[in-house]
Design a protein around this ligand. Structure first.
Ligand code: ZN
Length: 124
């Protein structure tokens, strides 16, 4: 049995839907949603509604904490690498992984492991 995660939306329990109404028959309360998996905010929120509730309260603090952008970034050959892949037409599984440079359009082959490694990049 997989562990249930709580939605991190600060007002999740205030959105009165039937599935949030839980508890013994005479003492039901609206509660924060619990799910084995959630699809919003990298798996932390049950809905965009809850994600937006969180952002409204915390996003300025989060940006200030991790570093607010103070000047525009520039796309150059040195930081224009993104990962991509071609589909194998037969069984629809990704095949042929590569880096592609958004400026020069150069492609460089990589392995599936390199593709899945979030920290593996050619960008400087
Ligand atoms: Zn929620």
């Amino acid at each position: 049995m997989s562990e249930l995660k709580l939605c991190q939306g600060p007002k999740c329990h205030q959105h009165q839907t039937k599935d949030r109404l839980k508890g013994p028959k005479d003492n039901k309360t609206y509660q924060t949603r619990r799910r084995s998996s959630m699809y919003y905010g990298t798996g932390n929120f049950c809905s965009m509604w809850c994600f937006n509730d969180w952002a409204e309260i915390f996003i300025d603090r989060a940006i200030d904490h991790f570093g607010r952008l103070t000047e525009p970034k520039h796309l150059t050959e040195e930081n224009a690498w993104t990962k991509d892949y071609d589909y194998n037409g037969w069984n629809n599984t990704p095949d042929n992984y590569y880096f592609v440079n958004g400026i020069t359009k150069e492609q460089r082959p990589i392995t599936r492991e390199q593709y899945n490694d979030e920290s593996y990049t050619l960008n400087s």
